[in-house]
Design a protein. Structure first.
Length: 315
């Protein structure tokens, strides 16, 4: 049990044809639920935080909570910055014990993305921290990420090779059809698996053997959880996520990390709404937050077993 980086996680995931779950955290209950779920499945995992979450809870607090719950549960976990907007935020996270960071320069022109990513990689590697970057633009809305459909672009395989070569980044988030937030698709979900395979093949041919690919915007948006939210006063209409079978297929290819945030938020909201409705007289936060924590843990266990395939990955 330890706070670790992702190098060995991804190596084992690539060889075992599964993916590590990267779950976004904001408070104590979410941290406990994720790590308890991972412990129940003997699975390594990644806890990640957006800049908004850093502002909400504070990097020192988040690091201390994660470290404490890792010791309680015995899980190997990485603490990761998700969608870091600049080198300043990256430095704050590294100074506060994060073991992995992502710099998202996908909204810049390509050459600027390369230059800024290389700057982050040089700094992080000098401090023993691994780096994820993004190439291509995912549609959707989540925290500080807001890209409309017309501005979304898929990752170019040849550009991916050039990007990894010039930046030295340790893992690459690609755009193949996933989307941020709860409203991912108007029609059926479609992921470009051919593009994913070509990206992986070209990286391999360029000397980047078993190179780890990352999928963002990969929440399933379970209809049952949506129905539960709406049953108890929610107004979440028309939300759609990524089908589990598509994510499992991606995990069997080069995808070693799959990000899930919206599913965590929905499970927590459903649990709290149900608790409020069924016990309107109650006012102890430990009651309704405890219900939400249990729902998140059950969600995480289900994702590990049915989607990620990372059960027993700590062996």
């Amino acid at each position: 049990m330890a706070l670790v980086d992702t190098k060995q996680m991804f190596k084992k995931a690539y060889e075992g044809k599964y993916a590590i779950g990267a779950f976004n955290i904001n408070n104590m209950e979410i941290v406990q639920a994720i790590l308890r779920g991972a412990a129940a499945c003997n699975s390594a995992c990644i806890l990640q935080t957006s800049k908004s979450a850093l502002n909400y809870a504070g990097p020192k607090t988040l690091h201390a909570m994660v470290k404490a719950v890792i010791e309680e549960t015995g899980v190997d976990a990485a603490l990761h910055l998700d969608h870091g907007p600049d080198l300043e935020t990256v430095k704050i996270c590294i100074e506060n014990g994060f073991t992995s960071v992502m710099f998202d320069g996908s909204h810049f022109e390509y050459e600027e993305n390369v230059a800024k990513t290389k700057e982050v990689v040089d700094y992080a590697h000098a401090h023993g921290v691994v780096v994820e970057a993004e190439l291509g633009k995912l549609a959707g809305v989540e925290d500080d990420v807001n890209v409309d459909a017309k501005n979304a672009t898929y990752t170019d395989p040849d550009q991916a090779v050039d990007f990894v070569t010039r930046t030295g980044v340790d893992s690459l988030a690609v755009a193949i059809g996933t989307s941020h937030g709860a409203y991912k698709f108007k029609g059926d979900a479609k992921l470009d698996f051919d593009r994913l395979e070509v990206i992986s093949q070209k990286l391999d041919a360029a000397g980047f053997k078993e190179y780890p690919i990352v999928l963002h915007g990969a929440s399933g948006v379970d209809p049952a959880v949506i129905d539960l939210c709406n049953k108890y006063g929610g107004q979440i209409k028309g939300a759609k996520g990524i089908p589990a079978e598509m994510l499992r297929k991606a995990a069997g290819m080069a995808v070693c990390k799959i990000n899930m945030d919206t599913d965590i938020r929905l499970a927590m909201t459903a649990g709290i709404r149900q608790s409020f409705a069924e016990k309107p007289e109650a006012f102890d936060p430990r009651g309704y937050l405890g219900v939400a924590r249990t729902m998140i843990q059950e969600l995480v266990e289900g994702k590990i077993k049915d989607v990620l395939g990372s059960t027993d990955s700590m062996k």
